[in-house]
Design a protein around this ligand. Structure first.
Ligand code: SD4
Length: 331
């Protein structure tokens, strides 16, 4: 199945073309081997993201293939979606809140558990890069609202109007009824969470979104909350989430999944358990979608969701693959 998808989707013609640089570099440098339960396994660089973001994973892979860090890979990977005006749930072109303001949330986490986040920030097209600056240039983890925006200007980020004509028209049409309902896999679709392993075997992650369409002013979801929308422990693995953030926050979903992997679960089993925990708290509610993805230190991946329709993309020496995720509910 994976092989077939690879042949269909890969931008390169053979797996060999992708794997050669890594095999060569691994042979050159014995430090590029990691111990795995006393057996020595070659490090498996990989980028993985929520949904079918082909260009974003391709960008991350380009960074990894050149020997770049997982931190650079996830930042540059998700920036592709932040810049894409057709993606109405991330960055520039994102849907506004109910007052017509586009407010962005993002966070990033590195191999040493350093992290940075921006919450409810306006007028800056690349919140993930501001989150990285928060991590690298300040003693803090999170900056919110005007403070985050001001910090971004001080760091040299340009002011950008993020509300496109299309998003504005849709918002004005929505205002006629003002119904706060998200359509599964459509209006809560497209947040990008990305995880990567680099040639040193180090894991980093990033998550960025404009949040739920037509949310209340000031609303922040799971995506910029370390532990909820994203968590990385370089000893174990990483996880990230998409969907209705309130429910992810209630279970501290990404942290939970990494801890489940620490206890021995595979990424797939851990994602399934994460969704089950959420559904246990929502026995009578089926009108929302959540998708989790996870990766462990060996480069194994998993993904699981509530409703069918969620998929995640992987790019490794096995190819560039869209993986439809299994779901807790079957419709
Ligand atoms: C949020 N989790 O703000 C985000 C929304 C999302 O795909 O994931 N959309 O709750």
């Amino acid at each position: 199945m994976k092989r077939r998808n690879f042949l269909k989707n890969s931008t390169l013609t053979t797996a060999g073309m992708i794997s050669v640089p890594f095999l060569a570099s691994c042979q050159d440098n014995p430090q590029q081997k990691i111990a795995d339960n006393n057996s020595s396994k070659t490090i498996r660089p990989i980028a993985i993201c929520t949904w079918n973001f082909m260009n974003a994973t391709a960008k991350a892979w380009e960074v990894l293939e050149k020997g770049g860090s997982s931190l650079d890979a996830v930042e540059q990977g998700v920036m592709v979606e932040e810049a894409d005006l057709n993606n109405e749930t991330v960055g520039n072109g994102g849907r506004p809140d109910r007052d017509g303001r586009v407010t962005l949330d993002a966070c990033i986490m590195d191999k040493d558990a350093n992290c940075g986040a921006v919450l409810c920030m306006e007028n800056i097209a690349h919140p993930i890069s501001v989150a990285r600056k928060v991590m690298e240039e300040t003693p803090h983890v999170m900056l919110a609202g005007k403070g985050a925006e001001q910090f971004a200007y001080e760091q040299g980020f340009p002011k950008t109007n993020l509300l496109t004509e299309k998003a504005k028209k849709e918002w004005m049409a929505w205002k006629k009824d003002s119904q706060y309902e998200t359509i599964i896999n459509i209006e809560n679709h497209d947040t990008i969470g990305m995880l990567a392993i680099d040639k040193d075997g180090d894991i980093a992650g990033a998550c960025t979104t404009s949040g739920m369409a037509y949310k209340m002013a000031g609303r922040v979801g799971d995506s910029p909350i370390i532990g909820a929308g994203l968590f990385v422990d370089n000893e174990v693995g990483g996880a990230t989430a998409t969907g209705v953030g309130e429910e992810v926050v209630r279970t501290v979903g990404s942290f939970l999944i990494v801890e489940l992997m620490r206890q021995g679960k595979s990424p797939q089993e851990a994602c399934e358990e994460g969704v089950k925990r959420i559904m246990e708290k929502n026995k009578d509610r089926k009108d929302f979608q959540i998708g989790f993805i996870a990766i462990n230190k060996k480069g194994e991946t998993g993904g699981y969701c509530i409703h069918p329709g969620f998929s995640y993309r992987t790019y490794s020496e096995d190819g560039h693959i869209n993986n439809p995720a299994d779901s807790f509910l079957k419709d």
